[in-house]
Design a binder for this molecule. Sequence first.
Ligand SMILES: Nc1ncnc2c1ncn2[C@@H]1O[C@H](COP(=O)(O)OP(=O)(O)O)[C@@H](O)[C@H]1O
Ligand SMILES: [Mg+2]
Length: 367
Amino acid sequence: MTATAYIGLMSGTSMDGIDAVLVSFPEDRIHIHTTFSLPYSDTLRQRVSRASLNHATPDELGELDHELGDLFAEAATGVLDKSDFDAGEVAAIGSHGQTIRHQPWGAMPFSMQIGDPNRIAERTGITTVADFRRRDMAAGGQGAPLVPAFHQAYFASRQESRCIVNFGGIANITWLPKDKPDQAVGFDTGPGNALIDAWCLDQTGRPYDEDGHWARTGTVNEALLEDMLSDAYFRRKPPKSTGKERFNQAWIETVVARHPELPAHDIQCTLVELTVRSLVMQLPATENLKLFICGGGARNRFLMERLREALPLVDVETTAVLGLDPQWVESVAFGWLAKRTLEQRPGNLPAVTGARGARILGAIHHG
Ligand SMILES: Nc1ncnc2c1ncn2[C@@H]1O[C@H](COP(=O)(O)OP(=O)(O)O)[C@@H](O)[C@H]1O
Ligand SMILES: [Mg+2]
């Protein structure tokens, strides 16, 4: 029997844990067989977070790379064990890795994902594709976002123009105009959950604000919001991508220091509004806009409510109406990117990342 299934492994800038899917791509469709999530412990999240803020020694980084490699392997095994597939039926694992740092600008741009794929291949026996971003960067691109190629392949429509919005730690959009369904536009709009999570953790000790309950008790402070929206990133033209090295707790503290004595829950509410407004101001100026939300932010009810309020004339759904549960879009995308690599087909969209051309992405670690 030929191996036709793929495992996609994703852990994003939220550093909340690993999302794993076992998925097949029959003809033009997506068939998810099983899903599995492996949350990070609080201490692991803290260590990853410290490393991402430049506070890890080479030893600590090497050990994290090893440990995360084992954890990604565990997630792959976990999703496989839930299914009636065996390892021989899986063509490849696509592992995004854990981003430690993403610095797409400057004299020496780089993007660093860890979670040793050699260990994943060794422990599962399954061919593992990883390190997807750096070939695009070597070709002059941002190395991000990479999911627009997947969005274009499966979500583009000739009947309606669609905008796919992923609220991970960072938010990214993919615009799929119906008259040019193969010419996606995509970029990171800025913070998704990153700042909402950071302030919640700092003020309450909880890693995220469930359903946006706490934010809901506050009110938006317009002066603070305007100040936050003056960050140059929001006005920068694509291609562009960003990360937690920019939008983090220190960023919040710098802005908040200019607005003393605001109640903490008003700041939380304003951070939700920042995610909404920074997205809205960067949406394509077009009629009949239709938004499909994915990522963990789709589960923040207050965030979704604010977004719908900010866009009264726009249809705001989740990707569930397109047949893909919002939680698994990114991990499915990395399974699909692994498939592209094995087929020696490109995984990047040069118009999105700014690369000189289409490139076959990733490194293959044979099973
Ligand atoms: N019930 C919920 N209420 C509010 N926020 C949630 C909820 N579930 C998930 N989230 C948010 O989603 C984030 C995880 O989203 P995810 O798509 O995994 O992001 P990433 O790709 O950055 O890891 C959490 O950190 C949290 O901010
Ligand atoms: Mg996550």
